[in-house]
Write a protein of this length. Structure first.
Length: 320
């Protein structure tokens, strides 16, 4: 068994994807780089797809392959799909992409397809019943974060980073400034150019991080898909206090709600009057969040499930 790093992740490979790559390597699942980064190889894959060559049954290999695909590219798995049984993992399956993802799974027929959110997983299972779809939440490696500073010693009072909830931001921005608190909120475009190491540092220096799922910040994109994204796991691994909304998936993973639910009727007052003056009282919550996450759901837990799926795929190959 081996894993393939697809060209869709190059040249800027997400650190969160690399965390899973390294965790799989610790599970003795070696990594190869797909040849589709080479233009002639992409052209050959496109030609094979056009003429309908997707499986070479007379050349089937008993060695299963894992690949992480994060956008619906039907030809992404060439040349491996020709000979190998596939196990795949995808996230960001928002409703407006479902038709495209359906085509990916219908054409490539992975033995097991992991999806990070339950709602699209169930939707794909209905649409493509011949594939075994399974829920596999996003995860990070806590070792890549710095939770050492106690909450009361952190220099950033409130951090908003990444996908914004504009309505919430506008209601807390001015009151926090007037109250003399340090409120760090780089624009999304600016965040895109910040090294991930700086983002990790910001998490570890922040008392509060605002965390809302896309179903609240961008409901026109997410629809009914409420899922726990990397930001929640990054915050927990940094022992930052999350204020916002906790997806049910995260409650199910940890067994409790690790988020201080935002009061949308009085957001600034909640932060300024109810939370920031009492940060020491929240230290036990962030400590518990961290300890439970480390023992329950990290990239190593994620990689173990993927390796088990690869073993199942390999056994299936031998039975055929």
């Amino acid at each position: 068994m081996f894993q393939v790093l697809l060209p869709s992740h190059e040249p800027h490979i997400s650190p969160t994807i690399l965390m899973l790559v390294r965790a799989l390597e610790r599970q003795r699942v070696d990594c190869q780089t797909s040849p589709l980064g080479w233009k002639p190889a992409r052209a050959m894959a496109k030609l094979a797809s056009i003429i309908g060559i997707r499986r070479l049954s007379f050349m089937r290999s008993p060695v299963p392959v894992f690949a992480h695909l994060n956008h619906p590219w039907c030809n992404a798995f060439y040349p491996y799909v020709l000979r190998h049984t596939l196990v795949t993992y995808s996230f960001d399956l928002w409703p407006y992409t479902w038709d495209h993802w359906q085509r990916v799974f219908e054409l490539n027929r992975p033995y097991i397809a992991f999806i990070s959110a339950r709602v699209p997983m169930a939707e794909m299972q209905k649409r493509v019943p011949t594939v075994d779809f399974r829920w596999l939440p996003e995860a990070v490696d806590p070792a890549g974060f710095d939770p050492s500073l106690p909450l009361i010693s952190r220099p950033i009072d409130v951090l908003e980073i990444g996908r914004p909830f504009e309505a919430y931001h506008e209601r807390i921005r001015e009151p926090l400034t007037l109250a003399g608190y340090r409120h760090h909120h780089p624009t999304p475009a600016h965040v895109g150019g910040v090294p991930y190491a700086d983002v990790v540092t910001a998490y570890g220096q922040s008392k509060i991080v605002v965390c809302f799922p896309r179903s609240i910040t961008h409901p026109e994109q997410a629809g009914e898909v409420e899922t726990s994204t990397f930001r929640y796991f990054e915050c927990i691994s940094s022992k930052a206090l999350m204020i916002g909304h906790c997806p049910q998936e995260l409650i199910d993973i940890l067994g409790f709600n690790p988020v201080v639910e935002a009061n949308l009727d009085r957001p600034a007052e909640q932060i300024i009057n109810d939370v920031l003056p009492h940060m020491a009282d929240y230290q036990s919550l962030v400590d518990r969040n961290y300890e439970v996450l480390c023992g329950t759901w990290t990239v190593d837990h994620q990689a173990a499930r993927i390796r088990t799926a690869l073993e199942q795929a390999g056994e299936s190959c031998l039975e055929q």
